[in-house]
Ligand binder design. Structure first.
Ligand code: ZN
Length: 113
């Protein structure tokens, strides 16, 4: 479950940015290889009882795309990505490299008024 580690980093970054002030909203960008429900579950688990417990999570998904010599050209799913920058083509099952983009990125930490 490397997703939980990614969300933990995100929560740490948001807590640092808030610097003790109450947070109303967190906006993140995440690859669709991290399912939305997994992201939300991990966020709830990691923020429970902390300074972000009341913060709303707004997630903006983006797709990880692969163009393979076999002709596959499309978005990858959670099980296709096997590591940073590495994926298994869903069509021919060959190991391929994909653009290494941050799977999760903190876009905004909105402070409560
Ligand atoms: Zn292929």
């Amino acid at each position: 479950m490397h997703e939980v580690g990614l969300v933990a980093e995100l929560v740490d970054a948001a807590v640092a940015r808030a610097a003790g002030r109450p947070v109303s909203l967190i906006r993140v960008r995440h690859a669709t290889t991290i399912p939305d429900d997994v992201l939300r579950q991990a966020f709830e688990m990691l923020t429970e009882g902390g300074p972000l417990a009341a913060a709303e999570l707004v997630a903006e998904p983006f797709e990880v795309l692969l163009t393979c010599p076999c002709g596959f050209d499309g978005a990858l799913g959670h099980d296709d990505v096997v590591g940073p920058g590495l994926a298994v083509c869903p069509s021919c099952s060959e190991m391929r490299t994909v653009a290494r983009e941050a799977e999760m990125e903190l876009l905004e930490v909105r402070l409560a008024l």
